[in-house]
Design a protein around this ligand. Structure first.
Ligand SMILES: NC(=O)c1ccc[n+]([C@@H]2O[C@H](COP(=O)([O-])OP(=O)(O)OC[C@H]3O[C@@H](n4cnc5c(N)ncnc54)[C@H](OP(=O)(O)O)[C@@H]3O)[C@@H](O)[C@H]2O)c1
Length: 349
């Protein structure tokens, strides 16, 4: 069922062929098939991978394609098997809307007015969140949750303060790191975080118990000493951005008899130092399609829906609206390439 008529058109930013720049075109609006939701896009959040794909023709299986990963908007259509009690026409949602999951097919992807998304990557929104705020959720939450899956942490992990378990989130002011702080806190970890001093108060507000300046020459001893002082057990880490060697050095000193696990959002450099008892793994979602569907369903249809409704999870880091309309997406991606600090860039449609 769709509120758009068959054969209607919408504006889309496509890449027509390998190496081509973005061009704004009109394309036929698809109708949702089984398990799918058609979303009228109201806000798009930008991620480094979007700029990387545009600039290097990377991770694109076919052309023409539509890039982009994070949207918030309105349900404009649902597949025949989607329960209207779950996703009503006209309801407000956020979605992990990447064509990467669909062989780069242009019906999917964020940089367009209407996009198709698999229902398990869609989360309903409370009225309290604007579309711009909500658009920054999907990729960051998915990466944080995938990190915990990557290091074999059960999804029902729930520590009590007396369990004395700590999690290190390095690069906590990154988009993905800020989500790691919030999700680790919700599992009951004592969260140790690093970022620039200007973000310390904000990251504490997201749930970090101790925050350190990653640029301090004493950062290693400060963290190691604090772990001892707090009598915590630390052998797991989420890496948003930063120096793998420094983290490895810390974990070597505090892991005790435990095998330390680092979930790295950035690709692990091939020349990274290999250390006995410290395992570094690149964050990915489950490869098996059935497992992946179940995983996304839990993250977006259940966990995030509930945590947004109760206010236990908030969009992070700071939202920065940098454009209005698809025409502004390229300029916004160029801005993202220049670097951001504790903020996520969003284009409103
Ligand atoms: N595996 C995946 O599926 C996946 C998905 C999404 C993203 N990623 C990758 O994850 C990384 C982070 O992406 P993002 O969008 O979250 O990043 P981002 O928000 O663009 O990162 C900006 C932040 O990086 C921090 N930073 C820069 N250098 C640092 C360092 N040496 N140590 C600690 N923090 C540092 C800055 O912190 P301060 O301002 O506090 O200095 C700044 O706030 C990227 O490499 C991205 O490609 C991977």
């Amino acid at each position: 069922m769709a509120s758009t008529l068959p054969g209607s058109h919408h504006s889309a930013l496509i890449i027509a062929e390998k190496g081509a720049p973005h061009s704004l075109v009109s394309r036929v609006t698809p109708q949702p098939g089984p398990g799918q939701i058609l979303i009228e896009v109201k806000a798009i959040a930008l991620n480094p991978v979007d700029a990387f794909q545009r600039d290097h023709s990377a991770l694109i299986a076919t052309y023409p394609t539509v890039l982009g990963s994070d949207v918030a908007g309105i349900v404009a259509g649902v597949g025949p098997d989607i329960l209207s009690s779950t996703f009503k026409l006209g309801s407000r949602v956020a979605a992990y809307a990447s064509s990467y999951f669909h062989g780069s097919h242009a019906d999917y992807g964020s940089f367009q007015q209407f996009t198709l998304v698999a229902a398990e990557k869609v989360t309903p929104l409370p009225d309290s969140l604007s579309f711009c705020e909500a658009s920054i959720l999907p990729m960051s939450v998915s990466v944080a949750m995938s990190a915990w899956w990557t290091i074999d942490m059960p999804r029902d992990t729930k520590y009590a303060p007396q369990d004395k378990r700590a999690m290190l989130v390095w690069g906590a002011s990154t988009s993905v790191g800020s989500a790691a702080v919030q999700t680790a806190k919700s599992m009951g970890f004592h969260v140790y975080a690093t970022c620039s001093p200007r973000h310390h108060e904000y990251i504490r507000g997201l749930g970090a118990d101790r925050v350190f300046d990653y640029q301090s020459p004493n950062v290693v001893s400060a963290i190691v000493d604090s772990i001892k002082e707090d009598k915590l057990s630390l052998y797991q880490c989420f890496l948003g951005r930063g120096d793998l060697e420094t983290i490895t050095t810390i974990l070597e000193q505090v892991r005790g008899d435990n095998v330390a696990r680092i979930a790295s959002a950035p690709i692990v450099p091939p020349d990274a130092r290999q250390v006995d008892g410290v395992v570094v793994t690149f964050v990915q979602t489950p490869a098996d399609p059935v497992e992946a569907r179940g995983y996304f369903r839990w993250v977006f249809n259940e966990w995030l829906k509930e945590k947004l409704a109760t206010g236990e999870y908030v969009p992070s880091p700071h939202l920065k609206i940098v454009g209005k309309g698809l025409e502004d997406v390229d300029r916004a991606l160029d801005k993202l390439n220049q670097g951001v600090s504790g903020s996520k860039l969003v284009v409103e449609l």
